[in-house]
Design a protein around this ligand. Structure first.
Ligand code: EPU
Length: 428
């Protein structure tokens, strides 16, 4: 099993460049299937979930060419099927965006039930509700979702809860539907806006993305374009938290500071200095961290995808903090791992009560999911002694060059390859 080995205690300093947003890329790549000519996508994060999204299109007949580490050219005109290969689609959450995109392309999609991080039940009832409102029939056969329509027609859709996935999937399905679609109680995350901007550049007519009412007027044609994906808000937040945890001084570059406001606000409440520039933030921490209460919320609230990382930070802050998770049913599985390092955390329902300790101690831990893994790295960087993190494939799904970037900031960290792991050769 591959591992990350971290010797903690090094103060992070210097500059780190943030990659493109994973959760935008995993929707934009499937969306290319609707274009009538090739698209070139730039600032694509080179991570396994994104490579998987591209591989799904390749398997479906698209011509996919990587023009460099972060640029991909996709010719969707050669796609010859509306079936997403089961073994690939099951490996990631974002594969469900192929439903919306294939509906837009050819009014029919057969896509496996998606995988992704385990936070308890992850229903897709709101996606299905949206597709049905647009005129689709739905069935589930042998783990494959089948959605089709004779003709997609615009509809008024009220989402029962704020969901990023359903908002983006319905946008995709509605882009070429006849007439007007209105999504109420829509998600406002930066990647929702990025998907809408991408589709509008192709010729779609979407307004209101970034607010809770999105209007989509169906168009007949979408053309291939060149598009650059926005910076990853959560990758940026992770480096900001790591800088604070190690009492570091880090310039986090290629970010949109506006997307980071909730994270910046909480770090400042903890006593960290954050200076915003046009496309960078500098995070400096000299003294001790103070306790702080955090509640995760849909954007513009504090992102659930930063919840484990902030928990790592709060576990070495002075005082007792309360961390409340309001998006996912069960996103505290990593707490047991942090406790191995000496963190004092009690989970009560959807809240974690964190009693700050003076320091964490290195220990063997697991990355129970992607952001949990990021939290283990932050904890390991700040801890006394050596931390060995297992199950790092979760981390590699979402963070480009994470070892190189932390080493560039002065961390004592390396990837220990397991020679018996044949998958390792394929990553990279
Ligand atoms: N929900 C439903 N029904 C649905 C859809 C969602 O009940 O049909 C519920 C979920 O169970 C959850 C809440 O609504 O309680 C929000 O779910 P959402 O649909 O927003 O999540 P998602 O689209 O499955 C994306 C990100 C997650 C991120 C969430 C919330 C991708 C591929 N994943 O998931 O990212 O946590 O939005 O912001 O975009 C990560 O990057 O680490 C990650 C897990």
């Amino acid at each position: 099993m591959d591992k990350f080995i971290i010797k903690g205690g090094k103060r992070l300093h210097g500059e780190v460049v943030i990659s493109g947003a994973k959760n935008a890329a995993v929707a934009i790549i499937p969306a290319v299937a609707m274009a009538e000519s090739p698209c070139r996508i730039e600032n694509v994060p080179n991570i396994s979930d994104v490579k998987l999204s591209a591989r799904i299109l390749t398997e479906m007949g698209a011509t996919v060419r990587w023009l460099g580490k972060n640029t991909v050219e996709i010719d969707p005109t050669t796609i010859h099927t509306n079936v997403v290969p089961s073994e690939l689609g099951r490996k990631m959450r974002g594969s469900y965006y192929n439903i919306g995109a294939l509906l837009g392309r050819c009014s029919k999609a057969i896509v496996p039930l998606p995988g992704g991080c385990d936070f308890g039940v992850r229903p897709i009832d709101q996606h299905i509700k949206g597709f049905k409102a647009l005129g689709c029939t739905y069935s589930l056969n042998d783990g494959m979702i089948e959605v089709s329509a004779k003709e997609l027609r615009g509809a008024h859709i009220y989402l029962d809860m704020v969901t990023v996935g359903a908002t983006m999937n319905i946008i995709l399905a509605a882009v070429k539907a006849k007439g007007l679609t209105v999504i109420e109680n829509a998600a406002r995350e930066p990647h929702v806006v990025d998907l809408a901007n991408f589709l509008n550049s192709m010729g779609a007519n979407i307004s209101g993305a970034g607010t809770d009412v999105i209007k989509i007027r169906g168009v007949e044609h979408l053309k291939g374009i060149t598009y650059s994906i926005i910076p990853d808000q959560i990758e940026a937040g992770t480096y900001m938290a790591a800088a604070a945890a190690t009492r570091g001084d880090v310039l986090v570059k290629n970010v949109t500071p506006k997307h980071l406001e909730s994270i910046t606000a909480k770090l400042m409440e903890m006593g960290v200095t954050v200076v915003e520039y046009d496309d960078a933030v500098r995070v400096r921490c000299d003294g001790p961290l103070s306790k702080c209460n955090v509640k995760t919320m849909p954007h513009p609230g504090f992102p659930t995808d930063m919840q484990p990382q902030i928990a790592a930070l709060l576990s070495i802050a002075q005082g007792t903090s309360i961390l409340n998770e309001s998006v996912w049913e069960n996103r505290f599985r990593y707490v047991e791992e942090l406790k191995r390092m000496g963190a004092q955390i009690t989970v009560e329902g959807k809240s974690a009560i964190i009693e700050g300790v003076e320091y964490l101690k290195g220990a063997p831990v697991r990355a129970t999911d992607l952001r949990a893994g990021a939290a283990m790295i932050i904890a390991g960087l700040a801890a006394h002694g050596v931390t060995k993190i297992e199950d790092i494939e979760h981390i590699q799904r979402g963070y480009e060059d994470i070892v190189e970037k932390f080493v560039g900031l002065g961390a004592d960290m390396y990837l220990m390859l397991d020679p018996t792991n044949s998958d390792t050769a394929k990553i990279g």
